[in-house]
Design a binder for this molecule. Structure first.
Ligand code: C2O
Ligand code: CU
Ligand code: CU
Length: 490
């Protein structure tokens, strides 16, 4: 079969062998993968991204160096794959900083093309945010700095060049950025031992190990049948403690995960995108859409051998059960501290009486409120430190999600998911509206915008994105509505 034709069709079909097309995809023909991946035994030791945790220098600043470059990774054994990474050939180190730290980044771009680095989940000034206007030319560098001032959370970083984010992340550019605040002392915290990052990604790989698929084709772009966790294919983690904290990040282009263990063991959700929950929430499943993070606590007993998988829940972008990673517990496990009854959560986000309500309609896979992203247009002007209600209506027949830069929000009314957690990215199923209480930050800049967008990367690149600035209250009407900065604009 013609390869390009196959790829665009295969984008619809998800995992060969297990999945039929769910409703909403609009195609009646089932496509077959010519070489379905062999069954997994989940035996490869899970890679743990190295920590990049520089000491505070005499001037009080912690300095981080990241270099983006093209390299080769052995994603499948014996088959080198051309990939991109930060400080390595695939993904990037886990950055770590504490509330109150001054951080200074040097990001060098050794890629053959321009890119950016966005700090997804960080509360910082727009000029430091690394959105599409902070383009770093090939061969260039960028040196943002800010003071970390937010609750403990699992955030992440990734490129954001407009129209090419899907490609850059798909090739491997993503990493975690953990914020500590010294308050979560009752949770497991030994990185790589009982505090484990799990970066979930799906790929299409050719038989020779090449990254395959067109991130901008079809309704969702990439929907791969090979799962990588921290860049490890077919992974296993050896458990050595009676309770493990998992920091989950969905860094996939489009795939949504509906997580459960094969024995349906119960676990506790303790954190969402923007910080800890007020108390652990017991559950046996967890949804994670692209860009979202969750922290869970999982108990193990000696000799356990259990697989974390993603279940097909019949939504249009789940498609098929997928085994993700095996956990194998030794005969002796180090004891774990008791499960805390409450957690040091950030304070609730309470909209004031008469809070401004803004309505956003996800109106297509390339527009919001009927308009495609325009880097020269400022869509919304928000007073600094405001708490507003953002209503996000998905008027389409397929799933999307919604991410807002810089902010923390709480979901106000969604009966089906735990509320109370601070978030920056939320699932918006077809034909639903979610209401968010959004806390904006204190950084005023009438010129440089932040973004809000669907985090399905094909949609974000296609224009399902808008721009807002945060300004000194009372100056909203003086702000130019066309981008007046010097940043690169397409
Ligand atoms: Cu994770 Cu606008 O991004
Ligand atoms: Cu972001
Ligand atoms: Cu979308």
């Amino acid at each position: 079969m013609n390869r390009r034709t196959f790829l665009s069709l295969a984008a619809l079909s998800g995992t060969a062998g297990t999945a039929g097309l769910a409703a909403g995809c609009g195609s009646g023909t089932r496509q077959h993968h010519p070489e379905p991946p062999p069954p997994l035994d989940l035996s490869n030791p899970l890679r743990i991204p190295p920590l990049l945790d520089p000491a505070r220098e005499p001037d009080g600043v912690r300095r981080y160096e990241l270099i983006m470059f093209a390299g080769q990774s052995e994603l499948l054994p014996g088959k080198p794959t051309a990939t991109w990474g930060f400080n390595g050939s695939y993904l990037g180190p886990t950055l770590r900083a504490s509330r109150g730290d001054q951080v200074a980044m040097t990001v060098r771009n050794a890629l053959p093309e321009a890119s950016t680095v966005h700090w997804h989940g960080m509360r910082l000034p727009a000029a430091m945010d690394g959105g599409p206007h902070q383009l770093i030319a090939s061969g260039g560098q960028w040196t943002p700095s800010w003071t970390v001032d937010q609750p403990a959370a699992t955030t992440w970083y990734h490129p954001h060049p407009h129209g090419a984010t899907a490609k850059h992340i798909y090739r491997g550019l993503a990493g975690l950025f953990i914020v500590d605040d010294g308050l979560d002392t009752e949770l497991p915290a030994a990185y790589g031992t009982d505090d484990i990052p799990l970066i979930l990604q799906d790929k299409k790989l050719t038989d020779r190990g090449r990254l395959d698929g067109d991130p901008l084709k079809g309704p969702f772009g990439i929907l791969g049948d090979r799962i990588l966790i921290n860049g490890t294919y077919n992974p296993r983690f050896t458990v050595t403690t009676a309770r493990v904290r998992l920091r989950l990040l969905n860094a996939s282009n489009a795939r949504m995960y509906h997580l459960a263990f094969t024995d349906r063991r119960r676990f506790h959700l303790v954190g969402t995108d923007g910080g800890l929950l007020p108390a652990p929430v017991e559950t046996d499943t967890l949804d994670l859409t692209p860009g979202e993070r969750a922290e869970i606590l999982v108990g193990f007993t000696p000799g356990d051998n259990v697989v974390l998988r993603s279940l097909d829940r019949g939504l249009d972008i789940a498609m098929g059960d997928l085994d993700l990673i095996r956990f194998v517990a030794g005969d002796q496990l180090a004891p774990a501290p008791a499960l805390p009854a409450t957690l040091p959560a950030p304070p609730p986000i309470v909209p004031p009486a008469g809070a401004r309500v803004r309505h956003f309609t996800l109106s297509g896979r390339d527009s919001i409120n009927g308009r495609p992203m325009d880097m020269k247009r400022i869509d919304e002007v928000v007073p600094v430190s405001a708490v507003e209600i953002w209503e996000v209506e998905n008027s389409t027949g397929t799933s999307h999600n919604f991410h807002i830069h810089e902010v923390a929000f709480q979901v106000l009314d969604a009966a089906d998911r735990p509320t109370g957690g601070h978030k920056d990215t939320v699932f918006t199923p077809a034909h639903t509206t979610v209401r968010l209480a959004v806390q904006f930050g204190p950084f005023s800049d009438p010129v440089e915008p932040y973004m809000y967008h669907c985090h399905l990367l094909r949609h974000e690149d296609g224009g399902m994105m808008g721009q807002f600035v945060t300004v000194v209250p009372g100056t909203e009407n003086t702000v130019p509505r066309s981008y007046a900065g010097v940043g690169h604009a397409h």
